[in-house]
Design a protein around this ligand. Structure first.
Ligand SMILES: O=C(O)c1cc(C(=O)O)c2c(n1)C(=O)C(=O)c1cc(C(=O)O)[nH]c1-2
Length: 263
């Protein structure tokens, strides 16, 4: 499969009769929502009130690894992006997560969510709960973005097309299912509702503008599937550990023997 860069026409205008029209390509991207992690049984159980406190805590602690890697991923994209106007827009994502001025940022909001579900900040920062499968999936995302053409990297963020639904569902269902969670923890999900919508507008326009050949459109759909696989695989690892009681090495030890990341 050729890379996106090699299948782009210089002007972005297509002369490829096999290419989908802009609306049809948009629809093909949206159809990938069928594979979004909101449909994973672990998320379904959380949304329908069947998750135990340990399962919620496991999810929050493991997702923290994704949260802290997102700004590094966006910094990698910026480092590979020669287009100043695109960088000006993209840099907002870093500020959203790391904070800027009076806004303490998304990582801080996720730490508050951690405390609201009964985890300590130290526990989250230590990454002691981060399962190897989650770490490998998130690292695969970061490593893809480090090496990819920046437009391909931007396309890999397009799972965010479907994220507002996930955040809204948590805001709608968690307070009644899990009254033990402190309501102050929900700010992250509220914050992302607007940020994600703004981000995907940019990412989606870019994808529709640059993918005007059949090859580049196919490549974009594969990149989006790769990212869906990242999210789904994270939940598979959590399912084994927290639902099926089979964390890594469970046959040989009760300890968390797995590595905490090699620096
Ligand atoms: O909770 C979720 O379901 C969810 C999913 C995703 C996603 O689809 O990758 C992101 C987020 N949340 C999120 O909060 C976030 O900041 C974010 C950034 C990105 C990205 O790929 O750049 N995805 C996501």
């Amino acid at each position: 499969m050729p890379s996106l860069a090699s299948s782009l026409t210089p002007s972005g205008a297509s002369t490829d009769p096999q290419a989908l029209e802009r609306e049809a390509f948009h629809a093909a991207l949206m159809a990938k929502g069928d594979y979004y992690h909101i449909h994973h049984p672990y998320q379904v159980d959380m949304a329908e009130g069947r998750a135990t406190p340990a399962q919620i805590r496991g999810w929050v602690a493991n997702r923290f690894y994704y949260q802290v890697m997102i700004p590094q991923k966006d910094a990698a994209l910026l480092a590979n992006c020669p287009d100043a106007s695109a960088r000006r827009r993209w840099i907002q994502r870093l500020l959203d997560h790391d904070g800027f001025g009076d806004d303490p940022g998304g990582i801080e909001a996720w730490l508050a969510l951690g405390e609201a579900v009964g985890l300590t900040r130290e526990e989250l920062w230590s990454q002691e709960h981060v399962l190897p499968g989650v770490r490998f999936a998130v690292d695969a995302y970061l490593n893809f973005v480090r090496r990819a053409d920046w437009r391909e990297a931007a396309i890999s963020s397009l799972t965010e097309l479907f994220a507002p639904r996930a955040h809204q569902s948590r805001l709608d269902t968690w307070p009644s299912h899990y009254p033990w969670i402190d309501a102050s923890g929900y700010d992250y999900f509220r914050k992302r509702l607007t940020e994600a919508r703004r981000d995907v507008e940019h990412g989606l326009t870019l994808a529709l503008d640059v993918c005007t050949t059949a090859a580049s459109q196919q490549r974009a759909l594969e990149i989006l599937q790769f990212k869906l696989d990242v999210l789904w695989s994270m939940l598979d690892a959590m399912t084994l550990a927290y639902q099926l009681d089979r964390p890594p090495y469970h046959t040989v030890t009760d300890r968390r023997a797995y590595h905490r990341g090699l620096s």
